[in-house]
Design a protein around this ligand. Structure first.
Ligand code: ADP
Ligand code: MP5
Length: 269
């Protein structure tokens, strides 16, 4: 029987199906990993904007963690939208309680449509309490600016920001370059052992990038769950995105979704 390891996404839902937890579930499943889920909040959202957010009660968050942690051998976890300081703290408390082997933090702050998915106090708690217990963090350029407390306009700024983010207590940093304008999209990777490199791919001229950041960290969860190192998982997740972004689904009227399942024909991961 095929090996089918288990991952966990701790995130918010997207009724529009392309981002957030929905992107995570599709990605993790496509990459031949079983996805479990702790819902932190519910968004009424489509490809254009986020129209309403309701967070889930602390008791319900804790109950979801207990349910999945006591029944599955979870090999890797990601966090996505956490909405506010209370929910960041709930994530931190439950990660401490259940000792999942690998924790990847996608510090989701603002949706592509401009809506805030983490408040200011939440950003502070994420920096002070969640990053020190994370194995990897995957900010986009605006998120990296907020985490590092600096503006980013040049590649040197990216290197400096990654260094500052590492100093917050998280050893592996991936700064995603999707928000830049160069004809090549460059993601910068700085690893625990001090090595660093750029991952480059041609910029696809499209606004169908809803959920691409969620997809990257979810793919990392799947690859780590399959036994790859964090370094290998970053490279493989980047390859997965580079293959699917040029072939999006023609759906919605705003930032359309990628086709997570395009990978289905791949037999091994
Ligand atoms: N237009 C694009 N063409 C090619 N790759 C892209 C494009 N936009 C984003 N990516 C890739 O998708 C991933 C997510 O990037 P980004 O859009 O910066 O994150 P987020 O969705 O968190 O804002 C990165 O690996 C980035 O290289
Ligand atoms: C619930 C939720 N989580 C994350 C995102 C970020 O995705 P994107 O940056 O592509 O809009 C989102 N829009 N909604």
């Amino acid at each position: 029987m095929r090996q089918y390891p288990t991952g966990l996404t701790i995130a918010g839902t997207d009724s529009g199906g392309g981002a957030g937890m929905m992107a995570d579930l599709k990605t993790i499943q496509t990459l031949k990993t079983f996805a479990t889920a702790v819902v932190m909040g519910i968004t009424a959202q489509n490809t254009k904007d986020v129209q309403r957010i309701e967070t889930v009660s602390a008791a319900m968050v804790n109950a979801q963690f207990a349910a999945v942690a006591t029944d599955f051998a979870i090999r890797a976890v990601k966090t996505g939208a956490l909405f506010d300081a209370d929910h960041v703290r709930l994530a931190v408390q439950n990660l401490a309680k259940y000792h999942f082997p690998v924790v990847i933090v996608d510090p989701v702050m603002v949706a592509k449509g401009g809506s805030h998915l983490l408040d200011d106090e939440g950003i502070t708690v994420l920096k002070q309490e969640l990053l020190p217990v994370a194995d990897a963090v995957t900010p986009n350029l605006p998120e990296a600016e907020l985490l590092a407390g600096q503006t980013i306009t040049t590649p040197v700024d990216i290197l400096n920001a990654a260094k500052k983010i590492q100093q917050l207590g998280v050893e592996n940093v991936v700064i995603k370059g999707g928000h830049g304008t160069d004809p090549v999209v460059s993601d910068y990777v700085k690893l625990a052992d001090g090595t660093d490199y750029w991952l480059e791919s041609p910029r696809v001229n499209t606004n169908r990038t809803h959920g691409t950041g969620d997809t990257l960290s979810a793919a990392m969860v799947a690859y780590v769950a399959h036994g790859h190192s964090i370094n290998q998982a970053i490279r493989l997740a980047h390859d997965y995105l580079a293959q699917i972004i040029p072939h999006p689904l023609p759906l919605g009227h705003g930032h359309g979704p990628v086709n997570h399942g395009l990978w289905e024909e791949h037999d091994e991961i």
